[in-house]
Design a protein around this ligand. Structure first.
Ligand code: FPP
Length: 239
């Protein structure tokens, strides 16, 4: 099977990586940003056109206030320090998640990143920030309900295709491959709708240790899988 065009990553294990080294959790998140830089640099050479990363979930607000502040700060630093390089290397940045819940300065930075890089085509980097799938689906349903109530949308027109247009990911192809690091094997409210037919690869390494070699290995595992989308393969039909 061909390489995945869209890879989505649950970057898990920053805290455990730090703990194993006797370091504060912030050090783990910082090392996580470095691993993210590596993945962004490696992706285009591996045929990846879309890379989505789970950077802050709508459930992460329940962490201690200091850690939430650290993660907000890291996002700001990432956008401020890396935006020029991302733009220069042809990366288009897009953010999914609930922006209303974010501070005005962060919202402005996210918009700046999207606007500056809007015409880039080498790699689409989708950052899921203040993102949770159930929240995304509920927000989409609310907008659809308003459109129906205003008689702008006949209820019969609500199909899976139309519903997808109301999600944050409208215009983004579904992920082919979802990778999660740190040995956990669950989706944690990430791309529930979009990952309906994705392949999953779970890696034992903590996110800060994720390397280009791990990405290559995950793609190789993906390529060996047999995706049937609920149907049968060409091989099955022939026999
Ligand atoms: C999971 O590790 C990771 C996160 C909750 C955040 C992911 C964030 C980064 C990689 C850095 C931030 C990047 C940007 C662009 C802002 P964990 O803390 O749940 O680790 P643990 O399960 O070992 O405690």
């Amino acid at each position: 099977m061909a390489n995945p065009a869209h890879v989505a990553i649950i970057m898990d294990g920053n805290g455990r990586w730090a703990k194993a080294r006797g370091l504060p959790r912030l050090a783990g998140h910082r090392a996580g940003v470095e691993a993210l830089r590596g993945a962004v640099r490696a992706a285009p050479d591996l045929g990846i056109a879309w890379l989505t990363v789970y950077a802050f979930s709508s459930e992460n607000w329940s962490r201690p206030k200091s850690e939430v502040n650290d993660l907000m700060g890291l996002l700001k630093i990432f956008i401020r320090r890396d935006l020029a390089e991302l733009h220069q290397s042809g990366v288009r940045v897009r953010i999914i998640g609930d922006r209303q819940g974010l501070s005005p300065d962060i919202r402005a930075l996210l918009e700046e990143a999207e606007t500056l890089t809007a015409a880039n085509t080498r790699l689409n980097l989708v950052i899921a920030f203040n993102y949770g799938s159930r929240d995304e689906i509920a927000r989409a349903a609310k907008r659809i309900a308003h459109a129906v109530e205003a008689r702008l949308l006949p209820p019969e027109d609500v199909t899976p295709e139309l519903f997808a247009e109301y999600l944050d990911t409208t215009g983004i192809p579904d992920p082919d491959l979802v990778i999660r690091t740190s040995g956990e094997q669950r989706l944690s409210n990430f791309l529930l709708w979009q990952a309906a037919y994705a392949e999953f690869v779970f890696l034992p390494c903590y996110w800060p240790d994720f390397s280009r070699a791990d990405l290559v290995e995950a793609i190789r595992t993906f390529a060996a899988r047999d995706r049937r989308y609920g149907g049968v393969t060409a091989r099955d039909v022939a026999s």
